[in-house]
Design a protein around this ligand. Structure first.
Ligand code: NCD
Ligand code: ZN
Length: 359
């Protein structure tokens, strides 16, 4: 896939034609529910050993009992030959209780709470309306060692959409990390230099996920030749200098930065319309997309740790058994997939990839 940097592979890895990696984990995934779940789950299960499943269903997954039922539906939708483990999250609201946090800590299968500032993104209207509302619950999470995953964007409608993450980092994130120094925090799908710098400078209990779209595209890509709804996600793609900073973070070898696709399926009709939904679908070629990004900056040797070690370490999980193989091969994924009764158009629409998952 072409990218805006024009960077080419450095000599040591240009000759690499096959990559064997530990079976990776996706620490940020939207699986939806029902027929949509059945359509998208096989793509993730063939690449990843585990995925952290986001709770922004309608209604949101707010209790241990709801997460247990959702997990059962995911396991039922899983292809019979897959060895895939869903790791669950709960949706943090103004009404979440410290008792629910204690139940999460005991559950074993729920690995985090997800903090959506109310109104920040798709299905976030039940999210947190003011940071102070969840302070007692954050204290309980810190006490029980439960991870907080954060959608880090301010929701002030007057704030420029391209500045929402940087402002959240400066005000809200700084405050959370200052007031709960031992809380395990994952800043989800970081998109800016400010977020990467913040995580780099923070203590070891603060990490971040990085998506393939934010490593491969910048905000100009959204408008190249016309408006491209399948490149629209939140937080929105940023300018090229931010993309370069994210690439540096992902390939730095720092265990704070790890893989989370944020693959977020929406039907073609809800994307290609007058007011399109936010979210990019990447599960069909997730590892291939990351390989593309790492290859472009000569860092293929850093992909294994980013994809299959650092996230597991952050969450205190063992590494997956088994491996996957990626081969250097030019191929074009389908431009659409079935999505329940509808269709879904992937991020890769109209593009060729240079890596392909092997058997
Ligand atoms: C996600 C979705 O569609 O659920 N959309 C997105 O643009 N990333 C929600 C989210 O993670 O923000
Ligand atoms: Zn997401």
């Amino acid at each position: 896939m072409s990218n805006e940097s024009g960077a080419s592979a450095s000599p040591p890895f240009a000759a690499v034609t096959e990559l064997r990696l530990g079976r990776p984990d996706d620490f940020h995934l939207h699986l939806r529910d029902g027929a949509a779940l059945e359509s998208v789950l096989p793509f993730t299960a063939r690449q990843f050993g585990r995925a952290l499943v986001m709770p922004n269903l309608k209604p949101p997954v707010t209790t241990v009992a709801m997460a247990a039922a959702y997990r059962e539906r995911i396991l039922r939708a899983c292809p019979a030959d897959a060895t895939f483990e869903p790791l669950m999250t709960l949706y943090l609201t103004d009404h979440t209780t410290a008792d629910e946090v204690a139940r999460v800590a005991e559950s074993g299968f729920i690995k985090a709470f997800k903090y959506y500032p109310a109104g920040a993104t798709t299905h976030s209207d039940s999210g947190v309306t003011a940071l102070k509302n969840v302070y007692p619950v954050l204290a309980a999470m810190q006490q029980h060692g439960v991870v907080l995953c954060i959608h880090g964007e301010t929701t002030d409608p007057a704030t420029d959409v391209f500045d929402r993450e940087a402002i959240f980092v400066e005000h809200s994130l700084t405050q959370i990390v200052r007031d709960f120094p031992a809380l395990k925090v994952v800043v989800e799908h970081i998109t800016t230099r400010e977020a990467a710098d913040f995580v780099d400078a923070a203590a070891a209990n603060v990490g971040a996920t990085i998506t393939p779209q934010h490593l491969l595209f910048n905000r100009t890509s959204i408008f190249s030749g016309g408006i491209r709804p399948h490149l629209y996600c939140l937080p929105i793609l940023k300018r090229e200098s931010h993309r370069q900073r994210l690439l540096a973070a992902a390939t730095s070898g720092s265990p704070k930065f790890f893989l989370g696709t944020d693959s977020a399926p929406h039907s073609r009709n809800s994307k290609e319309t007058c007011c399109g939904a936010a979210g990019c679908f990447t599960s069909h070629a997730a590892m291939e997309l990351y390989a593309e990004a790492f290859d472009a900056v000569g860092a293929l040797d850093k992909l294994d740790a980013f994809a299959s070690r650092f996230g597991a370490r952050f969450y205190g999980l063992p590494r997956n058994a088994g491996t996957i193989t990626l081969r250097r091969e030019t191929w074009s994924p389908p431009d659409a997939f079935a999505f329940g009764q509808e269709t879904i158009v992937p991020l890769t629409q109209g593009r060729a990839l240079g890596w392909r998952l092997g058997a």
